[in-house]
Design a protein around this ligand. Structure first.
Ligand code: 13P
Length: 247
């Protein structure tokens, strides 16, 4: 990894992943985010489904809320029916694109090498990739967590990644949508390992059942530079409360 060329922001990145949720009327939640005062010490990013990226990005332009996407194809264009390229999402106004989410790995058989090609596509399009890694419960219970994370990083992080273009999200699969979170010691162990592997400057997010009641303690863990929030990002009030915990 190259050292950072410029100083990165020290504020926390609070990113919302709406997954396959949201219709046109959901713009009301975005409007609540836009109407609220920018949270101190936090940057807000909302990743709605692809159908809403362009309209949300237009509405949030010139605001403190950035709009991202949840996945992309690795090719720039071509015969890939139903797929969306990073260039198209950048054109629609996305600043960030999530790649390698465990739900895509599970639902669509995405492998580390596919995730790497997607992360490369995100950089090519001038967006920032949020690359997700995380172990299953079975892997944690059998003591493989750090090996799994290391293998995922090895296989999916492009070799020329720079901190300005890549964020890593640690999302233990067993913590996603379950209400269960790792202990702060477990989060600290994994984040320290990722920080050691990536080198200085890369932002690391924690994701998995982050909610207003646990955000402050998770965001206080060393090497946790923000959160990737699923369910609790669907309601602006909860999302803002999580961002408020970053202060
Ligand atoms: P939950 O916050 O709903 O557990 O989802 C986490 C996640 O997968 C974010 O990408």
């Amino acid at each position: 990894m190259k050292p950072p060329a410029t100083k990165l922001p020290t504020s926390r990145l609070i990113a919302g992943n709406w997954k396959m949720n949201g219709l046109k009327v959901s713009v009301a939640e975005l409007d609540l985010l836009l109407a609220a005062a920018p949270p101190a010490g936090a940057e807000l990013l909302l990743c709605p489904p692809a159908t809403l990226v362009a309209s949300f990005a237009r509405r949030a332009s010139a605001s403190h809320v950035r709009i991202g996407a949840q996945d992309c194809h690795w090719a720039q264009s071509g015969a890939h029916t139903g797929d969306i390229s990073a260039e198209m999402l950048a054109d629609a106004g996305a600043s960030h694109i999530i790649v390698g989410h465990s739900e895509r790995r599970a639902d669509h058989g995405e492998t580390d090498s596919m995730v790497r090609r997607k992360a490369e596509a995100v950089a090519r399009a001038g967006c920032i990739a949020i690359l997700c890694v995380g172990e299953s419960l079975e892997q944690r219970d059998s003591g493989q967590t750090l090996d799994v994370i290391s293998r995922q990083l090895e296989g999916s992080v492009p070799t020329d990644s720079v901190p300005e273009g890549l964020v890593i999200a640690y999302e233990p699969v067993w913590a996603i949508g379950t209400g269960h979170t790792p202990t702060t010691a477990q989060v600290a162990e994994v984040h320290a390992a990722i920080a050691g592997r990536m080198g200085a400057g890369f932002r690391l997010l924690y994701g998995g059942s982050v909610k207003p009641s646990n955000a402050a303690e998770l965001l206080a863990v060393p090497h946790v530079d923000g959160a990737l929030v699923g369910g609790a990002s669907l309601k602006a009030g909860d999302f803002l409360a999580i961002a408020g915990a970053a202060a």
